[in-house]
Design a protein around this ligand. Sequence first.
Ligand code: NAP
Length: 484
Amino acid sequence: MVARVIPVDPFELVVFGATGDLARRKILPSLFRRFLAGQVPDTAKIVGAARTDMDSAGFQTFAKDAIVEFSPLAASHEAQLAEFLKHLSYVSIDARGKSGWAELKKTLQGDCVRAFYFSVGPGLFGDLAERLHAHGIVTPKCRVVVEKPFGRDLESARVLNKGLAQYFAEDQIYRIDHYLGKETVQNLMAVRFGNLLFEPLWNAQFVDHIQITVAETVGVGGRGEYYDKSGAMRDMVQNHLMQLLCLIAMEPPSKFDPDAVRDEKLKVIRALEPVAPEDIVRGQYRAGKDGPSYAEEVNDAKSSTESFIALKAHIANWRWNGTPFYLRTGKRLRARMSEIVVVFKEPPHSIFGADAGRSANILTIRLQPDEGMTLQVTIKEPGPGGMRLIDVPLDMSFAEALGETGTEMPDAYERLIMDVIRGNQTLFMRGDEVEAAWAWTDPMIAGWDKRREVPQLYHPGTNGPEDSLMLLHRDGRRWRDLEA
Ligand code: NAP
């Protein structure tokens, strides 16, 4: 079973980088699931493109293998998979070469939505855009989807934005941050703006602090070459964590409309204060019993790239003045877990006396594993022993509450690809947002480069460097436990 859907218009989707890891693990399985949900119309065309020499039959076999490997639904939907594969064709194209473009143009004949998914390194975005335009394949109805990383600093992001802007209008450009496609992240907006309960308390007067954690148990593995040039700040904070921070901190948009939402997110990014060096902790994992050290994995004993970062951010605006936002992300940590924690202040006065116990309400928004939300509330401890208070969770696991199982929850890529086809940019980053995010992170990176700072080493399977714990301890706070 796949979740209820709204039909979409016929479309042509060209996936550049169709033989790559992302296409195999995410894009092709997501398209298959949308097919099962009835969102791939009969006339829809999905064209794979990459340099590998292969015909359409070869690509269909490649796609079938990928879907069988990465979509649990494939086994029970063999006939549908065969039908889905009929939508797929392949053109061999080098983004920097001359051949294949005429064939691609011939393949795309429909007067319908036309989307180009650039699932290739950002160094090829400009080449693809230029050649698509030169060969007359760009139409007013077309859209282009670009993957992260969108640059490695403000300067390179500006160059990418300018390169794309030569051939596509901003409302044709879909910069993916797959965190925004997660159900829980969208639910965060539903909870904030669809209920009266939270919004009046959603400010510095009532919120003590906010924690955003994206923890992984895996190391850099095969991505070492890319990762060592990037680090946790560029790879995770500048995009995923900042997007989460924006959704938590933004003012209510006037409507759920792409520019209204993105205008509010941009205001948050622009209101972020520069972060002092003492409010940033960088770490790098040591070797452990089940894996090599970061330095060994990237094959550079002197690497000063961080595999962990924690920082304290302040938003200089009326709503959040005085409420710190603690962000942390890292690899080879104790648990794989992504969550946002809103810690409210304690009630100003306890009528039950100091002995009864007091604590704060905590809203936890869990992105993975087990998407859902929990609100910690204080109640009376049952029994005749007087008025003693305890904390209990009001639990809303989406899977349970909505009768969904893990296989039925749509993957972030499913939603985002369908949003591209529908022309809805709400969950995609606008060019000025991406630039503003780099403008905030660049000085931090330049600062530690200039000071020649080396990251603190931490043991794998832990909470990261000691100093990360101190970042909160010295403010009289503590991180939530890392537990899956
Ligand atoms: P990948 O496995 O290295 O695949 C790259 C793809 O690009 C291959 O299909 C490759 O096919 C094609 N390609 C390379 N050079 C080309 C050229 N000159 N002309 C045409 N096609 C070319 O990379 P990936 O992991 O799929 O990632 C793709 C993009 O998504 C990257 O920007 C990455 O940062 C981003 N991303 C990936 C993930 C992930 O989980 N993998 C997550 C987030 C973002 P040929 O060799 O056949 O040409």
